[in-house]
Design a protein around this ligand. Structure first.
Ligand code: IMP
Ligand code: MG
Length: 187
């Protein structure tokens, strides 16, 4: 296992695939501060529960809620991943259910990235079994051109092209989540 510097690097090689820096740490943090402000305003007087979708969302979620100046709670869903591939298998499995009771609660689903929209659609379907007061979705990244399902993302960090990205929670075969900025596969 080689050494991986999680900051300062501008390019990363995974075998002979080259990833280049795409969204810097500073840019990510600036955008999250804006999203946090907006959520603080929109949920004023409420007590939202942020529900992250594991694994990818854990870093974004931890930065996001620290930019929300409201009393809030958190919980997580865990969905099956891509495996070691760069494209979705098209199947989603629920690996961890919620623990919180979200009946009558204002729910904010937190995703790292919306690609085809399958995962979000799956989660919105599960939400119908509970009885939340409201459900909104925040995603750090949104691959607008890749969306195949009819899902509305309420808060978007960055719209990005339909390319494979890693870092800041996003993995390639479970690695590279600990990069501080986001890198894109150079094609
Ligand atoms: P969707 O169900 O097709 O919308 O895909 C959503 C999930 O796939 C995300 O939560 C990520 O875990 C993963 N994913 C989608 N695109 C990428 C990517 O470019 N890099 C790493 N993971 C991705
Ligand atoms: Mg994910």
């Amino acid at each position: 296992m080689g050494e991986l510097k999680t900051s300062s690097k501008k390019e990363i090689f995974v075998g002979n695939e080259k990833f280049v820096q795409f969204i810097s740490e500073e840019k990510i943090q600036r955008r999250i501060a804006e999203l946090g402000k907006k959520l603080t305003k929109d949920y004023k007087g409420k007590f939202p529960i942020f529900i992250g979708v594991l694994n990818g969302s854990f870093i974004f979620m931890s930065d996001l809620i620290r930019n929300v100046e409201l009393s809030c709670e958190i919980d997580f869903f865990k969905l099956s991943s891509y495996g070691d591939e760069k494209i979705s298998s098209g199947n989603v499995k629920l690996l961890k259910e919620l623990n919180a009771d979200i009946n009558d609660r204002n729910v904010v689903i937190v995703e790292d990235i919306v690609d085809s929209g399958l995962s979000i659609q799956y989660i919105l379907n599960i939400m119908k079994n509970y009885n939340p007061a409201s459900v909104k979705i925040v995603s750090l990244l949104f691959k607008e051109e890749a969306v195949k399902y009819d899902v509305k993302i309420d808060y978007i960090g960055f719209k990005i092209p339909n390319k494979f990205v890693i870092g800041y929670g996003l993995d390639y075969a479970q690695k590279y989540r600990n990069l501080k900025s986001i890198f894109v596969l150079e094609e």
